[in-house]
Design a protein around this ligand. Sequence first.
Ligand code: SF4
Length: 271
Amino acid sequence: MSTITQPFTSVYGPVQSWRFGRSLGIDPIGAVSTCSFNCVYCQLGEIQHQRCNRQVFIPTQTIQQDLQAFLVCPANTITLSGSGEPTLAQNLGEILAMAKAMTMKPIGVLTNGSLLSDRSVREELAIAEWVAVKMDAISADSFRRINRPMPTLKLQDIWAGLLQFRQIYAGHLAIQTMLLTPWSDRDQAEYIHQMQVLRPDEIQLNTPTRPRSLTHQLIARGNHPPDACPYPTQPLKPVKADVLQQLGDRIESVMGIPVRYPLLKQEREQW
Ligand code: SF4
């Protein structure tokens, strides 16, 4: 398998995203992809290091130095995601505070929510102006199949942590849901019920729009054209646009909150 050799930098982009506009990325994880999940559609390829415990991967000072070089870049927002699950970074709160003070731009975090049962993670995440939490499954079985989490992670614990986070969080909370196949009427109803309990500000419905890398590639953190990946990939089949639209219409009619979708064409986006 070939890998595109790229030196690691903790700041990258800007990336054009259908969800967040022009965004500068901060990667607090590092060159080795590290996550508590190993999602079947992950753009990073097979996760190289699966873990649930936190550590400092990249010192905040290093990120601060890397960010300095990007301050002139036009961007609407700063996004923490990168090479895995950003809440695994023990210096998450420090990074958010530093980037906010340095850039004066809204800062957001893309997270799988797996560490939300940890109070310090909830409190650190609350510094961000927006947080987008992944929620692809409503049953333990589909959670295991789609997200392939560490065996110690339980869907009900993640859900409980998410509810606790909602209680303290005053920023913009989005739920991101990836559809790999159309959902049954019953699954849709259950999902909407859960969203009514949680009360997010927005729901983002997604489906795989670009092939999955087979090996970890730093370039996969940002923009690249799906039909011209310079490394081996596995094609993923998106659901049709009307499948997303039908679920989105149902959510909007019941909940009255915005639902956003990718354009189902070969577009460039982040994560
Ligand atoms: S898609 Fe996100 S949560 Fe899933 S394995 Fe990749 S980095 Fe982790």
